[in-house]
Design a protein around this ligand. Structure first.
Ligand code: GCU
Length: 435
């Protein structure tokens, strides 16, 4: 065969091979994730009511000990250990508009100095307080994805100063917020509805605590709290989710000192990755009176052992900065985890907990989220509550409002007004006045 023909032949063969390779990569990538309930396979969940020494947890008193064990397991194996800060926060109000939302609310912004020092790390908390209130307002608090200016079109809100993901939906340029980034996340924050129902809204940009990218550590709050001589993370150290959760607790430190707000009635909400952070914050800090997970999925409410949708390996690969180093050890051996996510939910017991899923969000495994809530139910019952009032996952739009609440709605991965209506109803029912 003439040389040029041979080359052409090789080229063709190469092209075919490339196409085949591309094809097999795509196929294996889609096949890697199971969306077939029949193919989930068998798994055994660790029992939250059995101590590590094999003893049964039979009373709320036993549970107090078991709870500590479970917390330590999550710290060591999943989210990492939160470094204790030895300093107290300080804060400064930076803006106030008593006639926000057409007079319905007072909008204010508070900078929280996380080590108490003005030149140390800080986060900005945005508040909307209902003007129509006679006593301190209960609060819905949650992190946001795109900066405080993204949750509302109110032009008075300061633009986030920290790193922002460059994408059309964030309105960021060179990783900084611009005027275009105002309101880009507002459909997920039913602020007017919340305020009209008598609740304050508090939100913080997660990037103020840990910029959400794989090199975000150095700009995060974590290095500020390195132990003496520490220069890198140990496998058991906190990471992005730990830092986000920690920031939520620092916001509670502030709320406790604000007489407009009722620190005994704080409902913590988080969507998706921020739902994972909300659950972890609610697990560690019992000052959150109620916790809501919206489509938190893998590493959030969904059971890790269920082979459905996102996997531990995939989350650790795509987002190596979210969980602690040790969690990566379980990438291919989820059964070896001493925890599963139902145990995270038990750490919130007996406080009201709401798990919300969306039908088209199969990546987050709605059924796995429900089963996780179900597996947390025995702890809720041991502690004297009515637990989760359903044995099977209900159909669409049939909210459960027992102490573990739940709904699955039609539609995509998102936070909608339907979701907020259920969260508000749940909070009205469970966040009773404590005084
Ligand atoms: C990705 C990730 C999820 C996460 C989601 C989100 O899809 O795989 O685990 O919950 O992003 O935060 O929107």
């Amino acid at each position: 065969m003439p040389i040029n023909k041979l080359a052409a032949c090789h080229k063709l063969a190469g092209a075919v091979l490339t196409i085949q390779l591309l094809f097999s990569v795509t196929v294996s990538q889609t096949q890697q994730f199971n969306y077939d309930e029949a193919k989930v396979g068998a798994y055994t969940l660790p029992d939250p009511l059995v101590m590590m020494n094999g003893r049964k947890v039979a009373s709320p008193r036993d549970w107090a000990k078991r709870r500590q064990e479970i917390l330590r397991l999550f710290e060591t194996n999943v989210y990492g250990r939160t470094q204790k800060s030895t300093t107290r926060i300080s804060f400064a109000e930076t803006s106030r508009d008593p006639k926000a939302l057409g007079g319905l609310a007072t909008r204010k912004e508070v900078t929280v100095f996380l080590t108490g020092k003005k030149d140390g790390p800080k986060m900005n908390v945005l508040f909307f307080l209902p003007n129509n209130r006679k006593q301190p307002a209960p609060v819905f608090i949650g992190l946001n994805f795109n900066g405080n200016q993204a949750v509302s079109n109110d032009p008075g809100i300061a633009l986030a100063a920290s790193w922002l993901r460059d994408a059309k939906d964030t309105g960021a340029v060179n990783n900084r917020a611009t005027e275009k980034s105002r309101g880009t996340e507002s459909s997920r924050w039913a602020i007017e509805m919340i305020v009209k129902r008598g609740y304050a809204v508090a939100t913080i940009y997660n990037g103020d605590l840990f910029p959400d990218h794989k090199d975000g550590l150095k700009e995060s709050v974590i290095p500020v709290f390195y132990r003496k001589g520490q220069t890198a993370l140990e496998a058991y150290d906190w990471n992005a989710i730990g830092a986000w959760a920690w920031g939520l607790s620092r916001a509670v430190d502030y709320i406790e000192r604000d007489k407009d707000l009722d620190a005994k009635r704080i409902a913590l909400i988080g969507h998706s990755r921020l739902g994972k952070a909300a659950l972890w914050a609610g697990a560690q800090d019992e000052r959150f009176a109620l916790v809501i997970s919206n489509e938190s999925g893998e590493g959030g409410a969904a059971l890790a052992r269920r082979n459905f949708g996102e996997t531990v390996e995939r989350i650790n690969t795509s987002f190596p900065h979210w969980f602690c180093g040790n969690f990566k050890k379980y990438n291919r051996d989820v059964a070896a985890l001493p925890t599963d996510q139902h145990m995270l939910l038990t750490l919130i017991a007996p406080r009201p907990l709401y798990i919300a899923s969306a039908q088209e969000d199969q990546w987050a495994d709605p059924h796995g989220e429900f089963l996780s809530a179900k597996a947390a139910d025995p702890v809720y019952r041991l502690l004297g509550t009515d637990g989760l009032g359903a044995n099977e996952m209900p159909g669409l739009h049939q909210p459960i409002t027992t102490t573990i609440g739940h709904h699955i709605r039609a539609g995509k991965h998102d936070v909608t007004n339907y979701d907020w209506e259920q969260f508000l109803n749940f909070a009205d029912k469970h966040l009773r006045r404590n005084h």
